[in-house]
Design a protein around this ligand. Structure first.
Ligand code: SAM
Length: 304
């Protein structure tokens, strides 16, 4: 991380924001940039910030540090956090791809888009995002549902039927309908997943019963690839565990679960092979260095 900025940055606020005011602030910041890139840039920026786990007592200092990054440093910051995400959860990469692609894909974002993302980040940090997503409070919040709604034009939002279940309502539903229903080893399936709000509520209902959500198989699908990408990040933030299967498609018409399960298995197999290849390269590199050490240098008179 570079040294703190010379320009003082406003305090990031000690109180965690509610998701709606955070979404409002971020969406306004994004629209004010008039950047022609897709709103995935704003979602992806908030998601990368959400992956930051500041040390205890260092939330405000971390916010100041990030807010002071210049264009190249901020691009590197985003690339680094998305790399960490992909390394930690290769199984979620296909689902998360719309948010990962601007930073790790073949057509990386240009400087103007990175600057638009920086503006979004500064506003999110000013609003106190790290006090929400950088603490266990993140388990009680779906940052992306309201943000996705705010970022989209009204027409597109209505056409997609995207009004996500408010958190408290989802919590009540989960408590009333799911208490004593789900247990480790069972599955929770949502074929109209959105950003995953009902998974969050179900996970919290499990925790309230002293159960670990990581023991459950979470299967979700939605026709909206960007919403599913947000759900993939949420799965990590909400600590749903390693068994998360997410698919994109028309869940009324397609065998989306089978496709999503097959894709997940394939990606995990490729990731396993790549890890084995990287391990083999490390070992071979180590052997080569040992051979170099063990091989005596040629005698001076043998040199030409
Ligand atoms: C009202 S939202 C609910 C999201 C989430 N379950 C919640 O409670 O917050 C409905 C979701 O259904 C999705 N959807 C609508 N038609 C669909 C279809 N045919 N196949 C898959 N998803 C669909 C929309 O994209 C939207 O994300």
């Amino acid at each position: 991380m570079p040294s703190p900025p010379r320009q003082p940055h406003r305090s990031s606020g000690a109180r965690a924001p509610d998701v709606r005011s955070l979404a409002d602030a971020v969406a306004r910041a994004w629209h004010s940039t008039r950047n022609s890139a897709s709103p995935e840039i704003a979602l992806s920026t908030v998601a990368a910030l959400a992956l930051v786990a500041p040390p205890i007592g260092q939330i405000s200092a971390t916010a100041v540090l990030i807010a002071g990054l210049d264009t190249d440093q901020f691009r590197e910051f985003l690339r680094r956090y998305w790399t960490i995400f992909v390394r930690a959860r290769p199984d979620l990469l296909p689902a998360a791809w719309p948010l990962v692609a601007p930073w790790l894909g073949d057509n990386p974002a240009d400087d103007a888009t990175v600057d638009a993302a920086r503006r979004v980040a500064r506003v999110a940090l000013d609003a106190g995002q790290l006090h929400l997503t950088g603490t266990l409070r993140r388990r009680d919040a779906d940052v992306f549902g309201p943000l996705l709604v705010e970022l989209r034009a009204d027409g597109a939002r209505l056409a997609a039927g995207q009004f996500y279940t408010p958190g408290p309502l989802a919590d009540t539903l989960a408590t009333v309908l799911l208490t004593n229903e789900i247990a480790p080893g069972q599955s929770v399936i949502d074929p109209a997943l959105g950003t995953g709000g009902l998974f969050r509520a179900a996970a919290q209902a499990l925790r309230a019963r002293g159960l670990d959500p990581a023991g459950v198989l979470w299967v979700g699908g939605d026709i909206d690839a960007v919403a599913v990408a947000c759900a993939a990040v949420n799965a990590v933030l909400w600590e749903l565990g390693p068994q998360v299967v997410l698919g994109v498609g028309d869940t009324l018409a397609e065998s989306w679960q089978t496709a999503a399960i097959a894709q997940r298995a394939e990606v995990l197999q490729i990731a396993g092979q790549l890890r084995a290849a990287a391990f083999a390269a490390d070992v071979l590199g180590g052997v080569a260095r040992l051979v170099d050490l063990a091989t005596p240098p040629p005698a001076p008179d043998a040199r030409t």
